[in-house]
Ligand binder design. Structure first.
Ligand SMILES: [Zn+2]
Length: 403
């Protein structure tokens, strides 16, 4: 199996290198917009086909009109073409699906264009003795706080506020062990906990999230209050970005530790809620969006760690998991204020989060039936454990806290 990973490291370009990077970020943004403009013009002239070949012709024109774009590494220009191609493909896909709000690819402002990519390690960049060298930009210190495993494939330089980072992607061939799925577990996003496992264990929300939420909300208000275009507003925006960075690096750390712990805990497969199914756009609550972001990061990490250890991660539809009785399948309303599921049909009483996570585990195992012998053999065991949990209120796992 080919294992893909991404690493983010802080880099420290000096003033000259910063200028070089900033200049390229602006060039890349302009280049993207010019490519978009040219494609829109040809779209209006009745040419609806979008292709790399067509983009390549536009690129030639753009460079002929202004040689400054030659400053962008050729592979970087290629990557920008791919970005736009993907934006178009998404647009056409949404139209096909009958989505009325299918957004046409948009022009990007400088705030919205923050990275340049070197899609192939063909000598355009290298890392040696704690320093990163990028072709035509120069060398700069890099903080390699984690060991890079595998072969480096791509590099992206990013600016976040006043800080600079690189994101490296790597691939590595690994031998995956054959794990018998005898101990499946479901991981559910709890209402008050970070995650709830179907065997009753709960992991508390990390404390930093609450603190960060307060800070972020405060700086969002300050940014909103200050006059658009003013220096004071820009300053507040930088502060806000800094707070986001803090919370995302802390949540990365948390996700790393928790996912490693779970993979090493003796479980043999994981069923998780697929949050993309829910309409996330509807949710404007800050706390929830922070929670969702760290949840997604956690699932990502869990997935690659579990899969490289030979365990499956199954994503399941989270709809109605709280409303459904895990014992009899009855569906009843469960307002958020109600902490316990009291089934009006079969009389089952169970913590609402545990009930929901049992439902998810059931769906994951059901989904596997037939196609996976492993899931089948795990079922009787799992049912026994779940039955014990439903009936035994003093089960030691019910309130266990792993974190
Ligand atoms: Zn019931």
């Amino acid at each position: 199996m080919e294992l893909k990973r991404a690493y983010k490291f802080k880099i420290y370009p000096d003033a000259t290198r910063q200028e070089e990077i900033d200049e390229r970020l602006i060039l890349a943004q302009q280049f993207y917009n010019m490519l978009l403009e040219k494609s829109i013009k040809s779209y209006k002239n009745g040419k609806t086909k979008v292709s790399m070949a067509q983009f390549n012709r536009f690129v030639k024109e753009i460079i002929q009109e202004d040689k400054k774009y030659l400053k962008l590494y050729s592979q970087t220009r290629c990557e920008i073409e791919y970005r736009l191609l993907r934006a178009y493909q998404n647009f056409f896909r949404r139209i096909k699906e009958g989505n009325k709000k299918a957004g046409f690819p948009r022009f990007r402002s400088r705030d919205r264009y923050k990275s340049i990519t070197y899609p192939q390690d063909n000598g355009s960049f290298s890392i040696k003795r704690g320093r990163l060298r990028v072709s035509r930009i120069g060398t700069m210190p890099i903080n390699l706080h984690r060991k890079i495993e595998g072969t480096i494939k791509t590099l992206a330089i990013k600016r976040e506020g006043r800080n600079y980072y690189v994101v490296l992607t790597t691939t590595k061939e690994i031998k995956v062990p054959n794990v018998k799925n005898v101990n499946p577990v479901d991981i559910d996003m709890g209402l008050n906990s970070f995650v709830v496992l179907s065997d009753g264990a709960k992991i508390q929300k990390p404390k930093f999230a609450k603190k960060a939420e307060k800070h972020i909300a405060r700086w969002q208000r300050i940014v909103a209050r200050r006059q658009k275009g003013s220096k004071r507003r820009e300053k507040a925006k930088l502060k806000l970005q800094k707070k986001w960075e803090d919370v995302s690096s802390q949540s990365n750390d948390f996700a790393h530790k928790l996912s490693t712990k779970l993979v090493d805990s003796g479980y043999t497969s994981f069923a998780v809620e697929d949050l993309r199914i829910q309409n996330m756009a509807k949710n404007h609550r800050l706390a929830q969006s922070i929670h969702n972001a760290s949840w997604n990061r956690f699932i990502q990490m869990l997935s690659y760690k579990a899969e490289s250890a030979g365990m499956k991660v199954i994503k399941v539809d989270p709809r109605n998991t709280s409303k459904e009785c895990s014992n009899c399948g009855n569906i009843q309303d469960m307002p958020l204020s109600i902490r316990e599921y009291n089934c009006s049909r079969c009389g089952m009483q169970l913590d609402r989060d545990i009930n929901a996570s049992i439902n998810i585990l059931k769906r994951a195992t059901l989904g596997q039936r037939g196609s996976h012998v492993q899931g089948e053999s795990a079922r009787p065991q799992m049912e026994a454990v779940l039955e014990e949990l439903r009936t035994d209120k003093t089960h030691p796992l019910r309130d266990a806290v792993i974190a």
